[in-house]
Design a protein around this ligand. Sequence first.
Ligand SMILES: CC(=O)N[C@@H]([C@@H](O)[C@H](O)[C@H](O)CO)[C@@H](O)CC(=O)C(=O)O
Length: 304
Amino acid sequence: MTLEKFQGIIPAFYACYDDQGNISETRTKDLCDYLYNKGVQGVYVGGSSGECIYQNLEERKSVLSYVANNLKGKMTLIAHVGAPSTRDSIELAKHAAALGYDALSAIPPIYFRLPDSSVFKYWSEIIEATPLDFIIYNIPQTTGYTLSPALFKKLLENKKVIGVKNSSMPTMDIERFKRVGGDDVIIFNGPDEQFVAGRIMGAGAGIGGTYAVMPELFLKANELVQAGNFNEATQIQSDINEIIIALCSLNDGHMYAGIKEILNRRGVNIGSVRSPLEGVSSNDSAKLDAIITTIDQAIERYCG
Ligand SMILES: CC(=O)N[C@@H]([C@@H](O)[C@H](O)[C@H](O)CO)[C@@H](O)CC(=O)C(=O)O
């Protein structure tokens, strides 16, 4: 089994809506084309950045189909299929498998605080439903559930489990999961603010929600980490963090709305966000202008 196809920069794919807020096939294609042209290694479809939590099953299936139609065979495709019930998660998993996705991934069960035994059963049933490789998704800050190295070790007894997308903040968690899994597993760095640190602590790749708005910077940082040039990689990380902090500090709009507006200004219109996330307003305009300038200057500085 080769983990090579999962290495590198894997943007979390955004929900692409039309002007009425419905899933848009053409705008999904536009985002696919944009990311393909940027040279990223893959996409993570239907996760947090994909606003999966605000979409029904049919919408989520459509998104998986539209992305596969445009990118299958061009880059690595990972389908996030976590849903409130095991039944819906399995339906999404089978759909993704039929479309030829390279791997599945899922958050743990949400809302009720379930014991490890239930979480293990939930993930195991999804894994058993298809022949695809599986990536555990650990994101305690949104799910309230923390994956322990012990449960990860138990899950790894199933050879279809190839790694974990770790979005918890301590990079030590990456080191712990890598220690448990060794060379046969891949850890994906989740928090974009510590991509470089995560890579140094053992992550073989990154899946991130802000990659698509500045893919050049993450691709360059990854290249520098690979080359052992940690000083320059850290400088890029510092500039990336200024950008993320600014994206999280808009007056009205949610970070994803800000990202979508920046993409729109760059010619890729994928609509806005779905309520209760809030869209950008004219109050955000000056801040967005400044963010675009900062991104452009950083790209010029490091990749020009
Ligand atoms: C909580 C959250 O959304 N975390 C993001 C980060 O990439 C995040 O957007 C970034 O670090 C900015 O805070 C990813 O780990 C998850 C993600 O993008 C996804 O599943 O779509």
